[in-house]
Design a protein around this ligand. Structure first.
Ligand code: ZN
Length: 219
């Protein structure tokens, strides 16, 4: 029997590709997904997540985390505008939500523990991104160890996109027949549909499709 896997899912391009990667590797009957309602300004993400999970035929649980918006200080959960470029003080863009991936993976692991799943899948990547420190291999490996020790339960955190550029992520999605799902995915930091085309997330998404020589099914 194949292992069961839990995909950390946001309804975005990368986690959608990861969902299809997990279905390919573990089989659709063994895959479920978890998304977080963390006070993101654009609930459209969760709408996309629900539609894609339905299309893929996987169970989706949406868990609430209200603390990020109480912390504020960034453009995704606070009232700041999305800026291009990095802040001088931190060297990171103002779309960085401190601790987000660590908390998401911890809650996902707690959820996985309760339902007997050992394999977690997340779409973090070191390549072509904004340098978020919680998307690095070292962080993920250390967290995998911490979670396994802290729950006395063996977790494996799969990061199929960790070394992939946006171009390669697009090519992987194509190979996995994830394009119909990508048409429903959401990337735009400004919460626009159709996407604004101007924010850093839209620009990065377009660059990936352009370099892959493929047309984004989102239109
Ligand atoms: Zn945008």
């Amino acid at each position: 029997m194949k292992n069961k896997a839990l995909v950390l899912f946001s309804g975005g391009q990368d986690s959608t590709t990861c969902l299809y990667w997990a279905i390919d590797k573990f089989g659709s009957a063994s895959v479920s997904a978890v998304a977080f309602d963390y006070g993101q300004r654009h609930k459209i993400e969760l709408v996309s997540a629900k539609k894609i999970a339905k299309m893929a035929g996987v169970k989706l649980d949406i868990l609430p985390i209200s603390t990020f918006s109480a912390l504020g200080g960034n453009a995704l959960t606070g009232s700041e505008k999305v800026k291009t470029g990095n802040a001088k003080k931190t060297g990171l863009p103002n779309t960085f939500v401190p601790g987000r991936n660590l908390i998401f993976l911890t809650f996902a692991a707690a959820h996985a523990y309760t339902v007997g799943i050992h394999d977690l899948v997340t779409g973090v990547s070191e390549a072509d991104y904004s340098g978020y420190p919680d998307c690095r291999k070292g962080t993920i490996k250390a967290l995998e160890t911490s979670l396994s020790l802290g729950m006395d339960y063996k977790f494996k955190i799969h990061t199929p996109l960790i070394n992939l550029s946006k171009k390669k992520t697009v090519l992987l999605a194509k190979k996995l027949n994830a394009f119909p799902a990508l048409a429903l995915s959401h990337t735009c930091y400004n919460g626009k549909r159709p996407p604004c085309g101007k924010c850093p997330a839209c620009i990065l998404r377009k660059k990936g499709f352009d370099e892959a020589g493929l047309i984004d099914p989102i239109g």
